[in-house]
Write a protein that binds this ligand. Sequence first.
Ligand code: 7PM
Length: 268
Amino acid sequence: MGIVNVTPDSFYDGGRYRAQSTAFEHALQLIREGADIIDIGGESTRPGALPVSIQEECDRVLPLLEKLIQETAMPISVDTRHAVVMQEAIRLGASIINDVAALTQENALEVVSKHPVKVCLMHMQGLPETMQQKPHYENILEEINAFFVERLQACEQAGLSRQRIWLDPGFGFGKTLEHNLMLLGNLSFFQTLGCPLLVGLSRKSMFGALLNRAPEQRLPASLSAALIASLQGVACIRTHDVAATRDALSVMKAVQPHCKETLSVRTA
Ligand code: 7PM
């Protein structure tokens, strides 16, 4: 899954249009690099980010979505927490809703359940504004698992069947470095729920904390983390670097048929 952000920093005349056309070109590039899905987002969920109005989010995401649907055959995912954006995105042809709030916001569950789209439910402790202040868990694996069980129940009650759901433990969303490492080393823990797993690790600040690298220098770390996730059966890797991630996963896939034992991370 290739990431395309439409979050212009500048609001001078034409800033939005430039952000749109740049984002479209970027999406085409990720498709050429071998993406299976393009994920577009218009609201920054960065810790401490300023909120964006729903109108602004729609104005950023929907024209790009429409253009990608018209001009490519790629499945498009929309990264949003808001039911209005979900509704409009689905109407325009989005096939996946990627929700960092796991359909907890008003009407989100109702909108998604009514349409035959897939949805990614991500775990987050707290809210983006404050989530990195003091993340705390007694047992992170059990607590995230319980959260998934609760959301899966809520979805099934709303008529959204499990076959349409992907799960994501939400790296960096209310997690310390230790928490992120515990999750990365134990992703197979969540495989018992029977839903495909998706992870977003690309250039995240956990690698800055671990290696003292700026975002531009986090590609090798991100690739190694993507591989660790894939070896635990994670179905989808959300990344800024599609070509490099494809190569890393291709090496793994080429080796797998030659393995006398299953090529996997040992947990015991
Ligand atoms: C600034 C900081 C901008 C962090 C954007 C981010 C995930 C996601 C994001 C994830 C799923 C990023 C994040 N992360 N959706 N959206 N899983 N499903 O690093 O981990 O891309 S936004």
